[in-house]
Every structure is written in structure tokens, then in C-alpha cells.
Design a protein around this ligand. Structure first.
Ligand code: NAP
Length: 231
């Protein structure tokens, strides 16, 4: 299987490294707007080759994985112009707006519940997805073939695949991930003036995820702002 990974940061490069170990991928071509990230992903063995554009990466790919920040996913998927028959999937932490915008027989949304408070290919790990849940979200038009292929891709890297509608995913993620991050960022800001000696273990534990990239999280929170009824 020829795979294109568009966005070779933490998640994209980790997927490349993990796929390498499965033998499922014949070639993995990567694209990133940061040439340094793409080159680094190639040096660590996450991808075989760096492409100059999303379309160049997607050329000849059987599966195109979009692993850029949430607000860039739809634009990047459209710029990829994959071949007829190629399957397109993403890893975005919010699903409803993405699945609605890209719904087509060959598109399947996915979200691996694995990550870290570090970003970029230097933080990538071949075992990041092992034993972790990956939510696969089909749209109204998604074909059974595309759904099976994306489920198999994530199972092959050790993830436990669960299926959920995009809105259900977003509501549950608001509770289990997005609000906890929001609280942690807020708490960390409030606690900023505290001298190091006054930082108790409880504050350290509750603000660990506030070390995550605030730009990435701003997009996730904004993209999932329309589902407050569960909270
Ligand atoms: P990351 O490490 O920052 O990697 C994202 C990469 O995409 C960076 O190299 C970034 O380059 C690049 N990029 C940004 N905009 C782009 C564009 N328009 N076209 C091409 N490349 C672009 O972030 P990540 O943690 O891998 O997150 C990627 C996706 O995974 C996000 O959709 C996120 O919601 C999802 N996700 C994240 C986690 C997590 O815990 N981190 C877990 C599950 C899913 P620059 O550095 O130049 O911006």
C-alpha cells in the first residue's frame, strides 16, 4: 500500500514510524508546510520521501492521511486531489465539521486518542498508538470499503478501533479531553505568578497538559464550541 502523510508532526510522523513496523506500507511519502519537519520525519524513518505539495504527496497513494492542525485539514484534503479510488482520512481531534465538509465515498474521519504535550516529529514514537483507542467516524456517504481500510490501518498499528458518529465523538471528546485542556490552560495562567517553591504536586498534575501547543488547542476548542448540552 502506498501511503501519503500530509503533516509530519507528532501524529503524522508517529503514524509513519508505526506503519513501517507493520509492513503494510510499501512507500510513505510525506508533506509538511515546514520543510524542516518533513526532512526530520524522513531522517527518523517515518517517511521515505518528502513531497513539495499535498498533490505531489498524494500522487499514486492508495491512502492519504491528513495530519495537520484542525483548521487546515479540509483545505489540505482538497489540495491533495487524490486519485479516484484513493482513500482519504484525517486524524483531527474534532470530527463533525471535518466529516461534514469532506463527506464522500472515499473519505473516513478518524481520531487516535493518543498524543502528548510535545509536538513535531522529534516527539514521534512508533508505539504511540499501541493499545490506544482510535475513533473512526464515517460520514453519510462513506463507502464500506473505505471504512474497512481505515479501520484496518489503525488496527495494524495496535490501536483499538471504535466507531462513532462525528457529533457523538465531539460531545464525548469535549468532556474527556477538550474541557480538561481548557481548565488546565486556565489554571496554569492563574498560577503563573506562583514561585516554584509553592507549586504543589496537585497543581503540577492538573496543569501537565497545559504544556501542549496553545495554537493547536485553540483550533480544537473553537472547532468544537457548538456542543455544550452535555456539560
Ligand atoms: P504537530 O506536531 O504540530 O504537527 C502538525 C504539523 O502540521 C506541523 O509540522 C505543522 O507545521 C504542519 N502544518 C500546519 N499547518 C499546515 C498546513 N496548512 N499544511 C501542511 N502542514 C501544516 O501537531 P500534532 O499533534 O501532530 O497534531 C496534528 C493533528 O493531530 C491535529 O489535527 C490534532 O488535532 C490531531 N491530534 C493531536 C493529538 C495530540 O495529542 N497532539 C492527538 C490526536 C490527534 P508548523 O510547525 O509549521 O505549523
Amino acid at each position: 500500500m502506498n501511503i501519503a502523510i500530509l503533516g509530519t508532526g507528532l501524529i503524522g510522523a508517529s503514524l509513519g514510524l508505526a506503519l513501517r513496523r507493520t509492513g503494510l506500507a510499501t512507500t510513505i511519502v510525506g508533506f509538511d508546510r515546514s520543510r524542516a519537519h518533513a526532512d526530520r520525519a524522513r531522517r527518523i524513518g517515518a517517511i521515505d520521501r518528502v513531497a513539495r505539495s499535498p498533490a505531489a504527496a498524494a500522487r499514486g497513494a492508495d491512502v492519504v492521511v491528513i495530519a495537520v492542525p484542525v483548521f487546515a485539514i479540509v483545505k489540505t484534503a482538497r489540495a491533495a486531489r487524490p486519485a479516484r479510488g484513493a482513500i482519504v482520512t484525517d486524524v483531527g481531534s474534532v470530527k463533525a465539521p471535518i466529516v461534514a465538509a469532506l463527506d464522500a465515498p472515499n473519505f473516513v474521519g478518524a481520531h487516535p486518542l493518543a498524543g502528548s504535550d510535545h509536538s513535531g516529529p522529534d516527539a514521534a514514537s512508533a508505539t504511540l498508538f499501541r493499545g490506544r483507542t482510535c475513533v473512526v467516524t464515517r460520514g453519510a456517504k462513506t463507502s464500506a470499503r473505505a471504512g474497512r481500510a481505515v479501520s484496518r490501518l489503525w488496527s495494524s498499528v495496535g490501536a483499538r478501533v471504535v466507531h462513532a458518529g462525528a457529533e457523538t465523538h465531539d460531545r464525548l471528546m469535549a468532556l474527556s479531553s477538550h474541557v480538561p485542556h481548557l481548565v488546565a490552560f486556565g489554571l496554569a495562567l492563574q498560577a503563573q505568578p506562583l514561585a516554584r517553591a509553592w507549586v504543589a504536586p496537585s497543581l503540577r498534575e492538573m496543569t501537565r497538559v497545559a504544556g501542549s501547543d496553545p495554537a493547536l488547542w485553540r483550533e480544537i476548542l473553537l472547532a468544537n464550541r457548538a456542543v455544550p448540552e452535555m456539560l
